[in-house]
Design a protein around this ligand. Structure first.
Ligand SMILES: Cc1cc2nc3c(=O)[nH]c(=O)nc-3n(C[C@H](O)[C@H](O)[C@H](O)COP(=O)(O)OP(=O)(O)OC[C@H]3O[C@@H](n4cnc5c(N)ncnc54)[C@H](O)[C@@H]3O)c2cc1C
Length: 260
């Protein structure tokens, strides 16, 4: 199985997000691999471990995105490729998906492409479906389990997760999969993996290298970004001599405030 896993570099989720003068800032929060993408990397590695082949981590982003790729290498990916081009730094997902699809096409011979369900900074969740559409591959989104993989027969069966339950889907390969957190528990990078990743050579492909030609302008624009208004809250402690007395007081207050 030749597998690609797409990883994005994002700010740490513990970062405090602020909006100043219409610009979003994560302060000096460290940049990390998008947390959802760790699940995609783990599942890509497990699929390779079960069926052979190799896993290539792929990212579109600035030079700093190397760190996300190094994390994927440290977890066990065999290779990593960074697509980086000044023209790709301020584009929307229509353009990012074009770059990812072109890079997957250039790598060639891929059976499965794994994605996280969404990126924690832009949160659109549309990139996997857009890449699948561009490649002409089936998109298996919100996948919570791989139930059967048949590399010889070139098919895959997965469970898709919904609020109400699960849906089993069978698809021909090559296919694209976006994963949810239920799929697996990501491994920690090993010491040996971190050493290997620190020495790895990560090729950088420009837009021209992947045959993108003129980079289209983003179709979307961010007209305004603002922080949601702060909600004023107050805390009232319910006291009393017994649990019954406190419960009665609490029920009376809830009725008074029309909560019940
Ligand atoms: C006008 C405009 C300007 C923008 N400018 C910037 C900017 O300057 N800097 C910036 O960081 N973003 C910018 N963005 C956001 C950028 O377009 C999105 O980050 C990108 O389209 C991916 O969408 P998403 O982050 O919502 O990913 P989602 O669709 O939520 O991600 C789903 C999955 O797709 C994969 N994926 C997503 N992005 C990548 C990637 N780059 N490489 C590899 N895999 C990926 C991951 O597996 C991820 O889990 C801009 C958007 C617009 C509309």
């Amino acid at each position: 199985m030749n597998i690609v896993v797409c990883v994005k570099q994002t700010p740490d989720t513990a970062a405090t997000v602020t909006v100043e003068n219409g610009k979003v800032s994560w302060g000096d929060a460290p940049l990390v691999i998008n947390p959802w993408d760790e699940f995609a990397v783990e599942q890509a590695l497990r699929t390779k471990e079960a069926h052979g082949g190799k896993v290539i981590a792929l990212s579109v982003g600035p030079e700093a995105a190397r760190e996300a790729l190094k994390h994927a290498l440290a977890m066990g990916c065999d290779e990593a490729i960074l697509v980086s081009d000044p023209g790709l730094l301020t584009v929307d997902s229509l353009v990012i998906s074009k770059a990812l699809a072109a890079a997957i096409d250039k790598i060639g011979g891929i059976d499965l492409a794994f994605f996280g369900r969404q990126a924690v900074d832009s949160d659109t969740g549309v990139t996997p479906a857009q890449v699948a559409r561009r490649l002409g591959w089936p998109a298996l989104t919100l996948v919570a389990a791989l139930s059967a993989v048949d590399p010889a027969g070139k098919t895959i069966s997965v469970d898709r997760a919904f609020d109400e339950g699960r849906q089993q889907v069978k698809s021909p390969l090559p296919a694209l999969i976006s994963v949810t957190k239920e799929i697996c528990e990501p491994r920690y990078p090993s010491f040996m993996g971190i050493r290997k990743a620190s020495k790895a050579t990560i090729p950088v492909w420009s837009a021209a290298d992947i045959g993108l030609g003129a980079i289209p302008a983003p179709a979307l624009s961010w007209t305004e970004v603002f922080a949601p208004p702060k909600i004023e809250t107050k805390v009232e402690m319910i006291t009393g001599d017994s649990a019954e007395a406190m419960a009665a007081k609490l029920a009376a207050r809830l009725l008074e405030e029309k909560v019940l």
